[in-house]
Design a protein around this ligand. Structure first.
Ligand SMILES: Nc1ncnc2c1ncn2[C@@H]1O[C@H](COP(=O)(O)OP(=O)(O)OP(=O)(O)O)[C@@H](O)[C@H]1O
Ligand SMILES: [Mg+2]
Length: 251
């Protein structure tokens, strides 16, 4: 098994405030890595630092390294746009563009220079199929994406992420705004997607982490306290703080 992403002594600061402290995380290729921990412990900060989404936040400072396929994504010659193409992101609230279903998918490829209509249609179908949404929307691709249900919108956002052919997909609490049925659909989808992509998911739902992930990391106040195979973390946590968290005795 090889590592897709490795962080080395990763520190992230917002001005004076340090949000991540010497984080060393190895994300395995074609596996699902779940990150959990109490609110404010730095999970979203970590996700955003993996694809340089933090670049857009004023006053942010990153120290240490994030290696993607062995290359430091913060090296001066590296283009953040390329990194964000290779490492896609899905957010907590489904955030489709106020455009048609088709245009939501075509947007990324168009920005990357694809103009051919047939090629864009092919990519739209392929991405929507991969996101398990095609059958529900194939006859209404011109309809506004905002008219879809929350669960459908989230699968559309996953399709949009897939359309630019990433290697890694980061998901920040992708199911927290969804009902249990839509959540199940996304979880099933993740199992299919991991055959082709590497997935990192932040979740507050411990059952979800236990169900879907291969590896689990537990964060507390900016530190990665424990990181191991999911079954190990949930059955034999090595750190008392992890145990307290997963047994609900936290805080
Ligand atoms: N844009 C920002 N500017 C300043 N401080 C920030 C910013 N984003 C996050 N922080 C701070 O960094 C710390 C980590 O925040 P982060 O959003 O990464 O936590 P989280 O684990 O994702 O929490 P939650 O579970 O609530 O989403 C918090 O103390 C937060 O206040
Ligand atoms: Mg967060």
């Amino acid at each position: 098994m090889s590592f897709e992403i490795t962080t080395k002594d990763l520190d992230v600061f917002y001005g004076e405030k340090q949000a991540l402290k010497k984080v060393n995380l190895c994300v395995n290729e074609h596996q699902i890595t779940a990150l959990m921990g109490p609110s404010g412990c730095g999970k979203s900060t970590l996700l955003r630092s993996l694809n340089r989404m933090n670049d857009n936040i004023a006053g942010v400072r990153v120290e240490g390294q994030v290696l993607l396929g062995g290359r430091d994504v913060y090296a001066p010659e590296v283009d953040a746009v390329e990194i964000r193409q290779r490492v896609g992101m899905v957010f907590q609230q489904p955030n489709p563009l106020p455009k048609s279903i088709f245009e939501n998918i075509a947007f990324g490829p168009k920005v990357l220079g694809m103009k051919n209509k047939t090629a864009l249609e092919e990519i739209a179908e392929k991405s929507l199929r991969a996101a398990a949404l095609w059958d529900e929307v194939k006859d209404e691709l011109k309809k506004s994406a905002l008219a879809l249900s929350g669960g459908q919108q989230q699968r559309l956002c996953i399709a949009r992420a897939l359309a630019i052919q990433p290697e890694v997909i980061l998901m920040d609490e992708p199911c927290s705004a969804l009902d249990p049925f839509s959540t199940l659909k996304i979880e099933e989808l993740m199992q299919v997607l991991k055959k082709r992509y590497t997935i990192v998911i932040v979740t507050h739902n411990m059952q979800q982490a236990a169900r879907v992930s291969d590896w689990t990391g537990f964060f507390l106040m900016g530190k990665l306290i424990e990181y191991d195979e999911t079954a190990e973390v949930f059955s034999r946590p090595k750190d008392k703080r992890t145990e307290n968290y997963i047994t609900g005795r936290f805080g």
